[in-house]
Design a protein around this ligand. Structure first.
Ligand SMILES: *[C@@H]1O[C@H](CO)[C@@H](O)[C@H](O)[C@H]1NC(C)=O
Ligand SMILES: *[C@@H]1O[C@H](CO)[C@@H](O)[C@H](O)[C@H]1NC(C)=O
Ligand SMILES: *[C@@H]1O[C@H](CO)[C@@H](O)[C@H](O)[C@H]1NC(C)=O
Ligand SMILES: *[C@@H]1O[C@H](CO)[C@@H](O)[C@H](O)[C@H]1NC(C)=O
Ligand SMILES: *[C@@H]1O[C@H](CO)[C@@H](O)[C@H](O)[C@H]1NC(C)=O
Ligand SMILES: *[C@@H]1O[C@H](CO)[C@@H](O)[C@H](O)[C@H]1NC(C)=O
Ligand SMILES: *[C@@H]1O[C@H](CO)[C@@H](O)[C@H](O)[C@H]1NC(C)=O
Ligand SMILES: *[C@@H]1O[C@H](CO)[C@@H](O)[C@H](O)[C@H]1NC(C)=O
Ligand SMILES: *[C@@H]1O[C@H](CO)[C@@H](O)[C@H](O)[C@H]1NC(C)=O
Ligand SMILES: *[C@@H]1O[C@H](CO)[C@@H](O)[C@H](O)[C@H]1NC(C)=O
Ligand SMILES: *[C@@H]1O[C@H](CO)[C@@H](O)[C@H](O)[C@H]1NC(C)=O
Ligand SMILES: *[C@@H]1O[C@H](CO)[C@@H](O)[C@H](O)[C@H]1NC(C)=O
Length: 720
């Protein structure tokens, strides 16, 4: 009671006797705490009861009053004021020029009021300010310009227990390059997300001394995207190191522990921060219920940091969808829903790889979808698939895991080779054995040791074989190799038949070709070539009076003959036999001593006496001993045809080789017919005893006689 009376008295004195020592001033501190009971507005006059010099006041304590407003200029005289305590009042608004003149202010306590916002200018020109306390108000807005480069002395700003619902990065407007910690407390607010209405651009610098406490707010998640609000170019990998520079404490928020937090957990657990200040950085889950209170940053297993997706996220109706960052895929589980088709739409997430479970449905075939190539595991066991669509198989990733067990697949297409056997499960399907399936044996055997290789197929609807044991003979297959061999053989046979027909139809040309190409001389051994004593290889008969043929023989025929190596010994009577008495004898002797007589047939040849003789002699008109192969006719041109209609030419040419220079194979045939010249062979002439006179005589006498040759025989028989 006494105390109450004293206090009442003091206030009374304080109010009504300002000049007394009742003024609660000790030389530096004016303590009006709880003394202005029924003063709701502070103005200049509030201090007039103290007859003291305002300049000597460094501290004013106005706490525990009922102050609602502060009039403009209320503190304007206190130019040496360093500490102002307005806590525990009823202030709702503070005008931004309220403290305008308090340039030396070091501490300002506005805690336990009802302030709702801190407007720009409020702390202007307060470069000595060390501490600001606005905790326990209703502040939901802090102007981005409240702090600035001039607050170099500020060490602590306390915004705890207010009503801020978003985090704006105004704490980072404080001077950045001071080597002492600045703590900005924004604990126990309602902050649930990060915003950047103030358009701040990340510009923090070492030594990163601005500490911001956001613990005990309403943050439910936290991601690199939040930091990207302030640094658009930030990559995921850089985001953790950048986060550290924010010196943020976001512990003790009601986190929903899901996939979004995996990123940070992974980074922290894999860095040296794992064991750094663990207890100040307990980031605890609020949801889901089973993880409540657990520290996701350090303790929650990665496998629990997953996100369940809803239909709004694109999860097909009734399916269960979950992103699993730790496995880097999105799970879509539509098992046992009676589906007949693949879901048309799947959720789009940060984890494009898909694990799709469609087991126990009624799907009939693999379908092409926009997400086909994102699937990493596809479970289709217990469906109604009959055929595997190759074009869809081609869409899948090579490393896909494909579970096709217990379907109705009868045949596996070869494009399955894209996948390893161990990654494809096709057991319990009614596979049929077929001849071309041997590739599957290699496919199955190539798989890693320990993989079940018992896959089997059914042949003839009854016999079950392990595919690795299947052979063409078990399946009674005609091997396609045989077909190829058959075809090749067929072609060869056809070629042989064609060649055979040609050989049969043109046997002579065949022999000539063989000789020309392979130098094989399947020569009919002419008797004439066995004779010894021949000195000429070729005796050439032509009508030198026909200019045309003379030219041809000299310029072409002889030239060409002489080019043949080794050289033929050619006897040209026109050149070698001088006209004279024994002309016929000379001619006959040389004809006799030549292996071949080439007669170039022209119209006029029979009118040339010498030539006619040569022909007749060669043809055996006088001795009937012409040897086969000795005479070769060359039909010079077609004008000679008429001559050849007549005897004896008709008979002669019908039994001899007749060539024409126009023949395609003329030279080849000629070459074939000519004897084989053995270079350096002995050409010793054993001159036969030829009675030419007799021959001539007989020739003249028996021109039409058939018996003349009989008489000649003994003469010429001694040759050979
Ligand atoms: C006045 O009081 C304050 C607080 O009680 C004290 O810190 C200060 O030293 C005192 N000043 C003087 C001059 O006594
Ligand atoms: C100011 O006065 C109040 C009561 O009048 C007292 O409780 C408080 O301790 C004083 N403050 C200082 C700093 O002296
Ligand atoms: C302040 O005034 C109220 C009435 O307005 C009164 O109930 C209270 O006792 C007063 N307190 C003091 C300390 O005088
Ligand atoms: C203070 O309050 C009392 C009653 O609570 C009242 O009578 C008195 O007039 C008030 N004084 C001032 C200066 O308002
Ligand atoms: C205030 O106090 C001073 C001396 O400290 C005195 O001279 C002056 O008259 C007083 N003023 C009032 C209005 O009482
Ligand atoms: C701060 O001081 C400057 C001059 O020093 C003045 O121009 C400006 O108006 C002041 N700001 C406030 C809010 O008083
Ligand atoms: C701050 O408070 C004043 C006074 O209540 C109000 O006029 C103003 O709109 C508020 N500003 C914001 C951004 O809330
Ligand atoms: C003080 O606040 C008012 C209203 O919020 C604003 O228009 C004015 O620019 C502010 N003054 C300063 C110096 O920022
Ligand atoms: C931030 O940028 C947006 C868009 O450029 C603009 O509309 C807004 O006024 C800016 N805010 C501030 C505080 O500058
Ligand atoms: C982001 O990159 C663009 C160009 O790549 C550049 O112009 C911009 O300044 C960068 N922004 C930041 C915040 O680094
Ligand atoms: C996701 O769903 C599973 C199964 O329904 C449940 O156990 C888990 O708590 C859910 N997780 C989240 C983060 O909602
Ligand atoms: C996760 O999958 C994506 C998509 O293919 C890929 O780009 C990324 O590198 C993978 N991340 C990890 C950690 O494997």
């Amino acid at each position: 009671m006494i105390a109450v009376t004293f206090v009442t008295l003091t206030i009374f004195v304080g109010l009504f006797l300002p000049l007394t020592n009742g003024c609660p001033f000790n030389g530096s501190t004016l303590n009006l705490s709880s003394r202005l009971n029924n003063t709701s507005e502070i103005s200049e006059s509030a201090f007039t009861f103290c007859n003291i010099s305002y300049g000597s006041i460094t501290t004013i304590i106005l706490s525990y009053n009922n102050i609602r407003t502060i009039a403009a200029g209320a503190f304007k005289e206190f130019f040496n004021l360093e500490n102002l305590d307005l806590s525990h009042n009823l202030l709702e608004v503070i005008d931004n020029n309220t403290f305008q003149t308090l340039r030396k202010l070091k501490t300002l306590d506005l805690s336990y009021n009802s302030l709702t916002n801190i407007t720009r200018g409020t702390l202007d020109n307060k470069s000595f300010l060390v501490s600001l306390n606005v905790s326990h108000n209703k502040i939901n807005y802090v102007d981005s310009n409240v702090f600035s480069w001039e607050h170099i002395n500020l060490r602590e700003a306390n915004f705890d227990w207010n009503e801020m619902s978003t985090f704006e990065p105004w704490p980072y407007s404080l001077p950045r390059d001071i080597n002492e910690e600045r703590n900005v407390y924004i604990r126990h607010n309602n902050i649930s997300r990060f915003t950047n209405y103030m358009n701040w651009t990340y510009n923090l610098k070492a030594p990163f001394m601005i500490f911001v406490y956001l613990d005990y707010n309403q943050l439910r998640t936290f991601s690199a995207d939040d930091l990207r609000l302030y640094n658009h170019n930030l990559t995921d990998s850089e985001s953790f190191s950048e986060l550290l520079t924010y010196r943020l404490n976001v512990s003790n928020n009601p986190y929903i522990c899901d996939g979004r937090l995996y990123f940070w957990a992974f980074l922290v657990r894999n860095s040296f921060f794992k064991w750094n200040q663990v207890d100040s950085y307990r980031y605890r889950c609020n949801l889901p219920k089973e993880l409540e209170g657990e520290d996701w940053l350090h303790d929650v297993p990665y496998s629990r940091l997953v996100t369940n997706l809803t239909e709004a996220d694109g999860c097909p109706s009734r399916c269960f969808c979950q992103t699993r960052p730790y496995l880097n895929y999105t799970l879509v589980d539509c098992g046992g829903l009676g589906l007949v088709r693949f879901p048309p739409i799947l959720p789009r997430t940060k984890y494009p790889h898909l694990v799709l479970n469609l087991s126990y449905n009624a799907i009939q075939q693999l379908e092409e979808t926009y997400y086909s190539n994102n699937i990493v595991q596809l479970y289709l066991a217990n469906n109604k698939i009959q055929t595997l669509n190759e074009s869809v198989l081609m869409l899948f990733d090579n490393n896909i895991y494909l579970d096709l067990q217990n379907n109705q697949i009868t045949r596996i297409p070869k494009s399955i080779l894209r996948f390893e056997y161990k990654n494809v499960s096709v057991a319990r399907n009614p596979l049929k054995c077929y001849c071309e399936m041997t590739w599957m044996i290699d496919w199955i055997k190539k798989t890693v040791v320990g993989t079940n290789q018992d896959l089997s197929c059914t042949a003839d609807d009854t016999n079950v074989h392990k595919i690795v044991d299947v052979t063409p003979s078990i399946l009674k297959c005609t091997h396609e190799d045989w077909i190829i061999i058959g075809v090749v053989l067929g072609v060869v046979v056809i070629i042989i038949v064609i060649v055979g027909l040609f050989v049969k139809k043109c046997p002579y040309e065949t022999k000539v070709m063989l000789f020309k190409i392979f130098k094989i001389h399947p020569k009919d051994k002419y008797k004439v070539d066995e004779q010894v004593g021949n000195i000429h290889d070729i005796y050439i008969v032509f009508d030198e009076k026909t200019i045309e043929v003379l030219k041809w023989v000299r310029r072409i025929f002889l030239v060409k003959l002489r080019q043949i190596k080794p050289q033929y010994a050619i006897f040209n009577p026109h050149q070698h036999v001088k006209p004279g008495e024994n002309t016929f004898e000379e001619l006959a002797k040389n004809v006799e001593q030549s292996r071949r007589v080439i007669i170039i047939l022209t119209e006029e040849i029979a009118k040339n006496e010498n030539r006619e003789f040569e022909c007749n002699f060669a043809e055996g008109e006088y001795c009937e001993r012409t040897l086969e192969g000795k005479i070769i006719y060359i039909k010079f041109n077609s004008k000679v045809d008429k001559l050849l209609q007549e005897e004896p030419w008709k008979t002669r040419v019908s039994t001899k080789k007749v060539f024409s220079p126009d023949d395609r194979l003329f030279w080849s045939k000629l070459r074939y017919e000519l004897p084989c010249v053995k270079s350096g062979s002995n050409r010793v002439h054993s001159c036969p005893d030829i009675k030419v006179e007799v021959a001539l005589l007989n020739g003249k006498q028996i021109q039409n006689s058939a018996s003349n040759s009989v008489q000649m025989r003994p003469i010429f028989n001694n040759i050979g």
